[in-house]
Design a protein around this ligand. Structure first.
Ligand code: CUK
Ligand code: CUA
Length: 631
């Protein structure tokens, strides 16, 4: 494939019927699959064509029931990364109702996150940044199935990985990864999520301490392995080129990552210059053996193994990193549910590349592990699965999702379109897509969400910053084809998502005091105000409709700590402790205890109030903080 293929006649310059906007990419407008299929004599089955027609008009088929009536619950949770909002969003599927947001890398007042001492400290120790760029939420698995324990999420901006405890739906650990700038792909070693991988996108000097600043040849990027329990970095592997997205194999050994800068360029044209880039297959067991044997260099306290092409560890027939050449700038990579193939999506080339994982051990040239390379359409970014042998690839340039058959692709010539079953138009320019439990061994194959980067004309205008558009597509009927069911506007900007059966997650509705590090103040008998020189420690509680004390008096300059427990045991009765002028809003769910410390440096009267509307007397739920002027 050459770069020139985009001009071929399969790409028309007209927009889809009914779509009167200007094409975004004038020469790369949405591709007319019907035309291409007829020209190539490679149309799918009749059934596929039905889906095609629906896809062309982009209309929802009435018979797909995606309604979740008021009071009813969804069948699935979807966890979507919030991108540079720094959070994770929780949707119900198929309703697409946004149920919750979980702040991760940014302070957030409604959840009191970054307001109490503990979460403030956590954000501070994780580098003290005020934001993050979340991309890849992955829920922990046991035996290749979701276990509902944790969700891991990367920060592409500041090179971090966070863990969310799914008992409380809150972030409980963040690691600031050394030697890595731009932790992009994030994924686990499966079947049991015994390692979390952070994929280093930006090449930088190693270590990045001022050396080699303008000597890009010396820059490096690493794959990082993190222990999920301790959230400590176990080891890293330095590679040639960079790393983009990643996915773990299913058998406890392999990890795969794409690369869009094998040449180590620093400008866009340099990065896009080579005809091929790599998929790197990391043999994590061989890497662990190298670490065991002391074959590493310690950098910033972390064992860094040399996985570059000319590393001695890559000589012989058991290299630690297999470098597979694929058409340039692949983007997403994902392992099929049966664990047999890793499929990389082409991005700048209209193909997906299928690597047969077991062949990596058998072939001398890793390129011989490539067993298929179907043409799928313009700008393929990510690929997910339905568990029935189909792959679904997002086509950024064509604004479509293409469904194709994996075995047909393997049986066909490289570059053939024979594997394409059908396409559906999405609105517009999809990044990731996700199907129900696609990252496990047993996807359900009913729902798919296309996370579209542009919404264009789909919603009421809200000024120059448009929402993204998360579209729900039904994929459960191979005869009728894919059906667009719902548009869901999304605050910028979701990337990847994970869809988990609701029954596999068991959140608490009330805190277990044993899970909290803060002293539990059980009620009136426990409350006290402890005064020492320059320090006041207020131990109190909140309940409908008071804070234990009506007044708390301190002196200007005192260091004040509130230890406060919400002593309600009723679900959903949440209070907060908001202290004006001191920039504090500590949220307290039932039986939750939090601590907050501040210096009372502004004399005056401050009405401490509850920020959650908790009862008819909520407005009356307020106490005075009296800060008396110092002598
Ligand atoms: S990346 Cu965003 S569309 Cu971070 Cu997985 Cu592809
Ligand atoms: Cu407590 Cu409002």
């Amino acid at each position: 494939m050459t770069q020139g293929h985009h001009t071929d006649e399969r790409y028309d310059t007209e927009t889809t019927p009914g779509d009167d906007r200007e094409p975004l990419f004038p020469r790369l407008a949405r591709r007319s699959f019907i035309k291409a299929g007829m020209a190539a004599g490679a149309a799918g089955s009749l059934a596929g064509c039905t889906g095609l027609l629906d896809g062309e008009t982009g209309t929802a088929a009435a018979e797909v029931d995606a309604d979740v009536d008021p009071g009813e619950h969804d069948e699935y949770y979807a966890f979507l990364s919030g991108g540079h909002s720094g959070d994770v969003r929780v949707y119900g599927v198929p309703s697409m109702r946004q149920i919750m947001r979980i702040p991760v890398f940014q302070r957030e007042s409604a959840r009191g996150y970054g307001h109490d001492d503990e979460t403030r400290r956590m954000l501070e120790e994780a580098g003290g940044y005020t934001w993050g760029d979340t991309h890849h939420p992955r829920v922990s698995q046991t035996d290749n199935d979701y276990d509902g324990r944790w969700l891991f999420i990367n920060d592409k901006a500041n090179g971090r990985m966070a863990r969310i405890d799914l008992k409380y739906f809150e972030t409980d650990a963040i690691v600031d990864i050394p030697n890595q700038q731009g932790t992009h792909g994030a994924c686990a070693r499966l079947p049991d999520t015994d390692l979390i991988f952070g994929v280093g996108e930006f090449r930088v000097p190693m270590p990045n301490d001022g050396r080699d600043v303008d000597d890009p040849a010396e820059y490096g990027s690493v794959l990082t392995a993190i222990e999920p329990e301790s959230m400590e970095v176990a080891w890293q592997v330095q590679v040639d080129g960079n790393l983009d997205n990643g996915d773990g194999g299913k058998n406890g050994r392999w990890f795969f990552a794409t690369d869009y800068n094998s040449e180590g360029g620093v400008t866009e044209s340099e990065m896009a210059a080579p005809d091929t880039d790599y998929v790197k297959a990391f043999d994590t067991l061989a890497i662990e053996e190298a670490v065991e044997a002391g074959e590493y260099e310690e950098l910033s306290g972390v064992p860094v193994v040399d996985g570059r092409r000319d590393s001695p560890l890559n000589e012989g027939d058991e290299p630690i990193v297999h470098y597979v050449d694929v058409p340039k700038s692949p983007h997403g990579i994902s392992v099929t549910p049966d664990g047999e193939y890793a499929i990389a999506s082409g991005k700048l080339e209209p193909v997906c590349t299928i690597i047969e994982i077991d062949r990596l051990d058998e072939v001398e040239d890793p390129n011989d592990a490539i067993v298929g390379q179907p043409t799928v359409g313009g700008g393929p970014l990510h690929t997910v699965y339905d568990g029935r042998g189909h792959a679904y690839t997002s086509l950024f340039v064509d604004s479509q999702v293409v469904k194709w058959d994996i075995e047909t692709a393997i049986d066909s010539e490289f570059g053939s379109e024979d594997a394409i079953v059908e396409t559906i138009d999405v609105h517009y320019n999809p990044g990731h897509l996700i199907a129900a439990e696609s990252y496990t061994a047993e996807p359900q194959g009913d729902w798919l969400i296309s996370l579209n980067k542009l919404s264009q004309d789909r919603f009421l205008p809200v000024g120059p910053v448009f929402p993204e558009n998360d579209q729900l597509i039904y994929i459960g009927d191979d005869d009728e084809g894919m059906r667009l069911v719902k548009d869901t506007p999304a605050y910028p900007e979701p990337h990847d998502a994970t869809i988990v059966q609701a029954e596999k997650i068991d959140p608490a509705s009330v805190y277990d005091p044993d899970d909290l590090a803060v002293e539990h103040i059980g009620g009136e008998d426990d409350r006290e105000i402890v005064r020492e020189e320059g320090r006041v420690h207020v131990k109190t509680y909140s309940q409908r409709n008071n804070f234990g004390y009506t007044d708390v008096t301190v002196e200007e300059g005192d260091e004040v700590t509130f230890t406060i427990t919400n002593i309600e045991s009723t679900d959903d009765i949440i209070h907060s402790l908001a202290i004006p002028q001191y920039d504090i809003n500590v949220k307290l769910a039932p039986q939750e205890s939090r601590e907050v410390t501040f210096t009372a440096d502004e004399p005056g009267v401050y009405w401490m109030y509850c920020g959650y509307f908790c009862s008819a007397l909520h407005l009356e739920m307020r106490s005075r903080l009296l800060v008396e002027p110092a002598e």
